[in-house]
Design a protein. Structure first.
Length: 334
């Protein structure tokens, strides 16, 4: 089931992307260069629409659409609609945030929510009235983490693809094939698109893609937690996406300490700093892929219940990233 979903999405995304590129130019959904961006000529956005269409097609063709899955797809459709509008009209940050909250609320309406967390000493922590706000926060956090990391050719696609493969491997190992199939559909859409998005890119995924991927990874993790009654379903994606999560945390701290709005874009992200050190786009992206792979390995080991080894790997990598980030001045005003 999950192999079929991956293959269908891979082929669909690969075949659809050239048509989406033409559509982006036709409706004016393009990204023009400016002082903050690294590309030097007008680029079509909207590539995420190909990922979305491929993902939905693969899911519908490979598995029954249950009420839970309908809720996930409905929320994903809404976030894509929001992304298309943003890629075309550049929506204000507050409007996008409200739209993201609505997408999270769609999941809640379909009873896809985080209701408990595992207690490491036994039992569960029941969130009760905190369940809805925690779920909404979880979803919008993933959406914006993916949105902020989308700064170099192929970066967001590659990092999210690596995280998706990790979730698939864990889900298959633990026998949660519905989670594996949904994630495989997303992964296929991403890998079919990355052919056009890796440096030198011919199309960007835009906010349509970054928000959809972030939403889907969040929704899949919450859905997995609901179905498995295990917090590990939440932990694995969070650890696998550790690099963009840390980069986002650094951005918030940097902007707050510099007295700037946390949603105000800047050139202080990790990938910007790596370029400033003299790395090419490809070198910077491949280095960040490597870090993501190591974090994903740590997440996989953690899911296999070898908690001590996993925690040691994750602590070493996170510490190295933090030290490296400080040395290249990621917390300083760019």
């Amino acid at each position: 089931m999950y192999i079929l979903a991956f293959v269908i999405a891979l082929l669909a995304s690969f075949l659809l992307t050239p048509y989406i590129k033409k559509l982006a130019f036709r409706i004016g959904a393009v990204d023009k260069p400016d002082a903050r961006k690294v590309h030097t000529h007008t680029m079509p956005r909207l590539g995420g629409l190909a990922i979305y269409l491929a993902t939905v097609l693969a899911i519908v063709c490979s598995m029954p659409v249950t009420r839970d899955l309908a809720g996930i797809l409905l929320g994903g459709t809404w976030i894509v609609f929001l992304g298309v509008l943003d890629d075309k009209y550049s929506l204000p940050a507050k409007v996008k945030l409200l739209g993201q909250i609505l997408a999270a609320c769609i999941l809640v309406v379909f009873d896809i929510r985080i209701e408990w967390l595992n207690n490491p000493f036994g039992g569960y922590f029941y969130l009760e009235y905190l369940s809805i706000p925690f779920t909404v926060f979880w979803v919008i956090s993933f959406i914006n983490v993916m949105n902020l990391i989308d700064g170099l050719d192929g970066l967001a696609a590659g990092v999210s693809g690596i995280a998706s493969v990790t979730i698939i491997l864990v889900a298959v190992h633990q026998g949660y094939y519905s989670v594996a199939a949904i994630t495989a559909a997303l992964a296929g859409g991403i890998f079919g698109f990355i052919h056009y998005n890796f440096n030198p890119a011919t199309i960007f995924m835009g906010d349509t893609g970054s928000m959809f991927i972030g939403y889907m990874l969040a929704a899949i993790s919450v859905f997995g937690a609901v179905k498995t009654a295990a917090t590990i379903a939440l932990i694995v994606p969070a650890v696998a996406l550790g690099l963009p999560i840390m980069d986002t945390a650094f951005a918030i701290l940097r902007r707050y300490s510099n007295g700037k709005p946390i949603f105000q874009p800047d050139k202080g992200h990790l990938h910007h700093r790596l370029l400033a050190l003299g790395l090419s786009q490809r070198q910077a992206v491949l280095l960040m892929y490597a870090i993501s792979i190591v974090l994903s390995l740590g997440a996989f080991v953690l899911a296999m219940a070898n908690v001590y080894i996993a925690c040691a790997v994750i602590i070493v990598i996170v510490t190295a990233v933090v030290i490296g980030a400080k040395k290249i001045g990621i917390l300083r005003n760019p």
